[in-house]
Write a protein that binds this ligand. Sequence first.
Ligand code: SAH
Length: 211
Amino acid sequence: MSEPANKIRLLMDLRRAGITDTNVLSAIERVPREAFIPTAFQDRAYEDTALPIASGQTISQPYVVAFMTAALELGPRMRVLEIGTGSGYQAAVLSYLARRVFTIERQRDLLIAAEPLFERLRLTNISARYGDGFKGWPEAAPFDRIIVTAAAPEVPQILIDQLSDEGGILIVPVGSSGNQTVMKVRRTGEAVETESLLPVRFVPMLKGTES
Ligand code: SAH
């Protein structure tokens, strides 16, 4: 099947699976997922599955990207922080829905591959940096929204601290391998409300940096 046909089928599958947010669906439509996927898996770019990228990491399943993006309740003026740039695909989707996207990756080779892609696709509102996502991005905080795309052992308090205290939302998979749940954390003042949304399987968030 040709690429546009594959993409249309994926969008229909997402809708059928309960993704109804039309802004999220059109952001997914605009991002060429094949650009973020290794040559060996090009023909599977629009399958609704996670796929391997470099450094033993994965590009998330489109359904999970769509679900977590919808859960962020993004608005066009918002500043968003992503932890775990990976291929850059999730950041690209966010870039169509928010004013500015900050993304942190702890593996230099992945960051080095993602940055020129953002440039090539003219996603000029993405700032990417190498670092440990457990520390967040204090110089750019507070963020209206934060999304973590690796599994944390618990909701990271530092990220809650870097969230806007006027209804800031953090979406983060929490748990150990095989038993993770996407959590939605909403901050109002110092009050924090937590809700569990979806069972998932993500690679674990690792402490520190390495290249
Ligand atoms: N959002 C990515 C999927 C990322 S997979 C995409 O759309 O392709 C998870 C990523 O989180 C991996 O690239 C991994 O290296 C990164 N990661 C793990 N622990 C991290 C940490 N402490 N800080 C920043 N990135 C981290």
